[in-house]
Write a protein that binds this ligand. Structure first.
Ligand SMILES: *[C@@H]1O[C@H](CO)[C@@H](O)[C@H](O)[C@H]1NC(C)=O
Ligand SMILES: *[C@@H]1O[C@H](CO)[C@@H](O)[C@H](O)[C@H]1NC(C)=O
Ligand SMILES: *[C@@H]1O[C@H](CO)[C@@H](O)[C@H](O)[C@H]1NC(C)=O
Ligand SMILES: *[C@@H]1O[C@H](CO)[C@@H](O)[C@H](O)[C@H]1NC(C)=O
Length: 213
């Protein structure tokens, strides 16, 4: 026990004290969320994320039948250098749901494994504002989008009327398949197009050059 060990200890305490005063930005650690709803962000709005960061957020639902939907409210990372990765599970070997970079808010992302792992990775250069996203844990995918579009029954969406898809977000026969214009008609939730027409809503015509642009 020499005097320098004591000095080292004092030095450590002082630097830890400094760190505690910083507004906790994203700091190469993993934050775990177990609430049914929450906000995930790399730091306060208007402050840049730090260079060379590797920040993880793990959202854990109470059971594996739950769905976790992530909805971005803002996004700003250095395009094609800094990324937000989203995994359907609690490790980096889980399926990758998406990797996002740049300034466009990604669409809603849903994990179906009961966990979602998010990673912000940035290189050592140029930094930007980062992102802010909300998550919610629901019993059905995307909470069946909206009450008027579907209902959640034992972890499965039962869609209303002409809504379909796992989360009832997709119109089954968009624009009624152009039925009034003779382009097609709706059969069992799919458009059956008249000869010469194609596309999800039968809006493309073989002779129409705009469809081939
Ligand atoms: C998980 O269960 C705990 C205790 O029952 C509860 O407080 C918490 O809100 C639940 N979380 C979710 C995401 O449902
Ligand atoms: C964030 O980074 C950008 C580009 O590197 C810079 O122009 C801006 O001033 C920074 N903002 C803050 C609050 O540091
Ligand atoms: C995305 O999720 C948010 C929050 O749950 C919801 O308000 C919004 O309608 C969703 N957007 C789409 C296109 O489903
Ligand atoms: C899910 O949908 C139900 C019924 O539409 C609604 O009562 C509930 O608040 C929604 N939950 C979330 C997290 O949006």
């Amino acid at each position: 026990m020499g005097p320098h060990i004591f000095l080292l200890f004092v030095g450590l305490t002082i630097s830890l004290g400094d760190a505690a005063l910083q507004p906790a930005p994203c700091d190469k650690s993993r934050k775990v969320f177990t609430e049914g709803w929450g906000v995930i962000t790399d730091g306060p709005f208007g402050s840049n994320y730090t260079q060379d960061s590797h920040c993880e957020w793990l959202i854990k639902a109470n059971n594996t039948h739950k769905y976790i939907t992530l909805s971005f409210q803002s996004m700003g990372t250095e395009c094609s250098y800094d990324y937000v990765f989203v995994y359907d599970g609690d490790s980096f070997s889980a399926p990758l749901l998406g990797s996002f970079s740049g300034k466009t808010d990604p669409q809603n992302i849903t994990a179906s494994s009961g966990s979602m792992l998010i990673l912000l990775y940035s290189d050592t250069n140029y930094v930007l504002d980062g992102f802010r996203a909300e998550y919610s844990v629901t019993s059905c995918p995307g909470n069946c989008t909206h009450q008027s579009q579907g209902m959640c029954v034992v972890n499965t969406c039962v869609c209303e009327g002409d809504w379909g898809g796992k989360d009832c977000a997709r119109r089954l026969c968009p624009e009624d398949c152009g039925a009034t214009l003779g382009r097609g008609s709706c059969h069992l939730g799919h458009c059956r197009c008249s000869p010469g027409y194609s596309g999800q809503s039968c809006s493309l015509h073989r002779m129409d050059p705009s469809g081939n642009r």
